[in-house]
Design a protein around this ligand. Structure first.
Ligand SMILES: Cc1cc2nc3c(=O)[nH]c(=O)nc-3n(C[C@H](O)[C@H](O)[C@H](O)COP(=O)(O)O)c2cc1C
Length: 331
């Protein structure tokens, strides 16, 4: 199977069909196709030159990844995580909160430019049901390292989830940057409290921690001057730059949401450079936001990123993007 041909077929299908139908139909249709296709774990997702430690294998905060291409936080459904973990990523991210959450009502995702604005707001089955899935995750097919993306309303909530689920995860990502809920960016707006969160989370966690930063303009300077230094002080060695950009969007049920996709790329590149130059050896950066080609992945890694991750590219460029990026980086 030639993945480039399959990628072209996906591109044609996306441009001429999926991208043209209402989002409320396109999302379940895309998921239905993913569920039907026997895609997980096929060799077509792995680079011919190898997917192993000798080629693109890397270490992130002490955790070994077979390659530096990560599925960013978006999904909570075990079957999606299971499927995507067999599609060439070096790690996959699963989102969770302590309690089950319904999330925001529809419409909760719309297209905007070449990207999306979403106000999903953490719909997920909560920590207890997620634990049941995670217990079995290791035995499904080709297991890839799992990053648990944790969001909470209080320091106690984050710590409870970390304490309860860390045995089943390889890394824990502290999401302090979701623009879609009332408290989603509370810690980004209050770096002093973020510092407390980082210290307490580090005391509970036996797994490497990642801080998922905000890209909202009002948090940019605080990120550099206060939030990242506090993370480093707490012993955290990885940050993810960054979450979606808060924007107004009248078509969404919440009237606002987080913008994702190519419009974020220039900010991602600029900020990854700045963080890498500012914190050097103390910190590794996962570059997230608008990353949807091998060329962009190379540029981000040359700017200092230790890994790259994406969500929107999976939808717009299809399931072979990870393979394309790996081949490009290897070349
Ligand atoms: C539908 C959707 C749901 C998301 N859910 C989460 C989440 O639960 N936690 C989180 O930290 N980021 C979440 N994100 C943000 C992504 O992980 C990523 O940071 C952002 O989309 C920018 O990357 P992209 O341009 O490749 O999509 C979500 C993004 C989308 C589009």
């Amino acid at each position: 199977l030639d993945y480039k041909k399959l990628q072209k077929i996906y591109g044609f299908f996306y441009d001429n069909f999926l991208n043209g139908i209402p989002e409320g139909l396109a999302v379940p249709l895309g998921r239905g196709l993913l569920r039907m296709l026997p895609v997980g774990g096929l060799p077509v997702f792995e680079s011919e030159v190898g997917d192993g430690d000798d080629d693109l294998g890397t270490e992130l905060g002490g955790c070994r990844l077979p390659n530096p291409v990560i599925l960013a936080a978006c999904y909570h459904q075990p079957w999606i995580i299971r499927k995507l973990s067999g599609m060439g990523f070096g790690a996959v991210t699963l989102k969770v909160t302590r309690e089950p959450k319904r999330g925001n009502p529809r419409p909760n995702i719309v297209r905007r430019g070449e990207g999306f604005v979403n106000c999903l707001g953490f719909g997920n089955p909560g920590m207890e049901r997620t634990r049941r899935f995670l217990k079995g995750y290791g035995s499904y097919g080709r297991k890839k390292p799992l990053i648990l993306n944790v969001t909470g309303d209080s320091i106690g909530e984050y710590c409870e989830v970390i304490g309860g689920l860390q045995d089943y995860a390889d890394m824990i990502e502290l999401n302090i940057s979701c623009p879609n809920t009332e408290t989603g960016t509370y810690f980004s707006a209050n770096p002093g409290l973020a510092g407390e969160l980082f210290r307490e989370a580090a005391a509970v966690s036996r797994k490497p921690l990642i801080v998922k930063l905000s890209r909202a303009r009002e948090h940019q300077e605080a990120n550099h001057r206060e939030t990242i230094p506090r993370a480093v002080d707490a012993g955290i060695r990885v940050v993810n730059y960054a979450n979606t950009l808060p924007v107004c969007e009248e078509r969404l049920s919440a009237g606002r949401g987080g913008l994702s996709g190519p419009e974020l790329y220039e900010d991602t590149l600029r900020s990854v450079k700045r963080i890498s130059e500012g914190f050097g050896e103390d910190l590794q950066v996962i570059a997230t936001g608008g990353m949807d080609s091998g060329e962009k992945a190379r540029e981000l890694m040359e700017a200092g990123a230790g890994a790259v991750s994406y969500v929107s590219g999976l939808i717009t460029r299809g399931p072979f993007l990870a393979r394309e990026i790996k081949d490009h980086l290897t070349r």
